[in-house]
Design a protein around this ligand. Sequence first.
Ligand code: NAD
Length: 339
Amino acid sequence: MNLVLVTGAAGFIGSHVAELLLSEGWQVRAVDALSETYDPAVKLRNIAGLRQNPSFTMVFDDLTTARLEPLVEGVDAVVHLAAEPGVSKSWGEAFPTYVERNILATQRLLEAAARVHAPRVVYASSSSVYGPTREPMHESSLLAPLSPYGVSKLAGECLVGAYAQERGVPTVSLRFFSVYGPRQRPDMAIHRFTEALLDGREVSVFGDQVQLRDFTYVGDVARAVVAAVTAPIPSGTILNIARGTPVPVPEVLRLLEVEVRGEASVARLPHRPGDTRQTHGDNRAAEAALGWRPTTDLPFGVKHQVAWHRSLRERPQDEGVDPDVVARLPSSLQGGGIR
Ligand SMILES: NC(=O)c1ccc[n+]([C@@H]2O[C@H](COP(=O)([O-])OP(=O)(O)OC[C@H]3O[C@@H](n4cnc5c(N)ncnc54)[C@H](O)[C@@H]3O)[C@@H](O)[C@H]2O)c1
């Protein structure tokens, strides 16, 4: 049947992955809890187009409580993107949410995948699992997360490894590096910078040292995920999905200024615990395993993301969002309604 279950499909990366799978002829069963991490209406807008496609089925439910076997039954692969994202807000009282959504949800999904003998599980891991280093991060580099978020993603990755080794679940873990592009989450740097520039507001930059990030375009990331669904690679494989070119954050700001045709006034704020100085992913293993190479350079990707921000401002706020669905959210989440 060529069916893939995509968890977190209403999110930033998940909506792109679902689109690419559909365009390649897959059927997509999608699940998302529309968590309140950011506006659920934004997530509904992300999937508005997808829901017109007869090969796309949306299930609004929560992986921490739902019965998962019916969701996993009959699929050719599970792409597990659902998670609580965000490094800087993962401290303190927020942590139980990270434990539930990133660790418990992953364990429940793996258990269901083991029971129904799912042919493949692709897990979205993160560069946040690595310890701080000025060297390129290899898959074998030291794992020493700087944030509770990173700890939770590493715990998920370890569970994936355990289910691969001991319960026979065929898995691939992909460590994403600073993904950007249209629909980027509102808490992420390029999104925040662009909105501030378009509004003529101050741009907040954290820390007194220049940070470097290996910004990777969402279209490239989606291609890697889709390649991982069928690639003939050993179970338990772990791969960096990175452009492989770290860029100083001020340089990104300059690119955005050119695109927006505005000048940023920068407010320097203190270092946020958990923010690493530099990310730089070595992507050679992904190229060897998946035949994958990132093809989108930063100026081109930034142009696309800015165009997306502008397009949102040019159309009515709620266009593409079904107000009935928003109104019915709490009950549909409880019931895990399929539509
Ligand atoms: N964006 C990045 O730069 C980046 C980098 C590294 C790793 N990742 C990982 O990639 C994945 C996707 O990230 P994103 O940026 O698209 O985030 P996102 O918040 O936009 O998407 C995650 C989606 O998961 C859903 N979700 C959360 N908990 C759920 C649960 N218990 N049950 C069902 N749905 C649930 C949310 O409602 C959301 O729509 C995450 O696993 C994240 O940790 C992202």
